[in-house]
Design a protein around this ligand. Structure first.
Ligand SMILES: [Mg+2]
Length: 261
């Protein structure tokens, strides 16, 4: 049952420290016209700067986008950033960390790239995103029937490569992604909680999509709080809800104010 968000504001005002997990697209910022668009949002950057500098707040942005994009979107010193669901991270001291070696992942994707490219050539409404660590096929603007047919064919093409147990195919009727199994927000959240979070810090996670929803489980087990970003009530593990990125930014401002920042 959804609770009033001001309850969480109060809990966070009183917490000695907070490990704050944030998704980017659809949570901090509105969706970009294409998943590859890098359009900085000065309001988001200013907010993250304030969060990094605030006493006792440890923000971490974990996104499905590649790390290089997140770094460009958020040029914020001291911010922990995770790209491709956290398989690669830039730590607050600017050290780089990868969960598995890139060379182990890339050859399979290189084989898939021309196959998926050929499937969507001359078709409207599709977009092939090479994230380095994963390949994503988007059909958000395609005609429904064509999207279904292309995604089914793309699925077959990926399985035909026999990518093995170290990969997983994620997706639905308008999205398909071949990514390493280790590219998991859940795994990233576990690692950050274990290695980068003081024991007295309260974990709080804001996210809008199914990868976030998966990771909420880990957060709740750690005694934390999850906020689902969604315009309407939806099935979720989260105890709280905010309607969209504008509400997320405004609310984080309130949390800062409540902590005297
Ligand atoms: Mg999102």
């Amino acid at each position: 049952m959804e609770k009033e968000i001001h309850l969480l504001t109060q809990i966070m005002a009183d917490a000695p420290a907070i490990r704050l997990f944030l998704d980017y697209d659809g949570t901090l910022a509105e969706f970009a016209p294409s998943p590859d668009t890098i359009l900085q949002d000065p309001e988001v950057i200013a907010l993250l700067e304030r969060l990094v500098q605030a006493e006792g707040i440890l923000p971490a942005v974990i996104s499905g986008r590649r790390l290089a994009h997140i770094r460009k979107l958020l040029p914020v010193p001291g911010l922990l950033m995770g790209g491709t669901y956290g398989i690669e991270m830039q730590l607050p001291d600017e050290q780089y960390r990868a969960e598995v070696p890139f060379e182990q992942v890339r050859p399979t994707l290189e084989r898939l790239l021309p196959l998926w490219g050929a499937l969507i050539a001359d078709r409207e409404g599709f977009y092939l995103e090479d994230k380095g660590w994963s390949l994503a096929l988007h059909g958000r603007f395609a005609v429904q029937e064509e999207a279904e047919a292309v995604m089914a064919a793309a699925n077959q093409a990926a399985l035909g490569l026999e990518p093995g147990a170290s990969f997983r195919l994620l997706g639905g009727d308008r999205f398909l992604e071949l990514a390493p199994l280790a590219a998991s927000k859940t795994a990233a959240v576990q690692w950050v909680l274990e290695k980068m979070t003081p024991p007295d810090a309260l974990p709080v996670y804001l996210g809008d999509d199914d990868k976030d929803e998966e990771a909420f489980e880990t957060l709740l087990q750690a005694g934390g709080y999850a906020v689902r970003v969604s315009a309407a009530p939806t099935e979720t593990r989260a105890q709280f809800r905010l309607e969209g990125p504008a509400q997320v930014r405004a609310w984080l401002g309130k949390v800062l104010a409540a902590r005297g920042e």
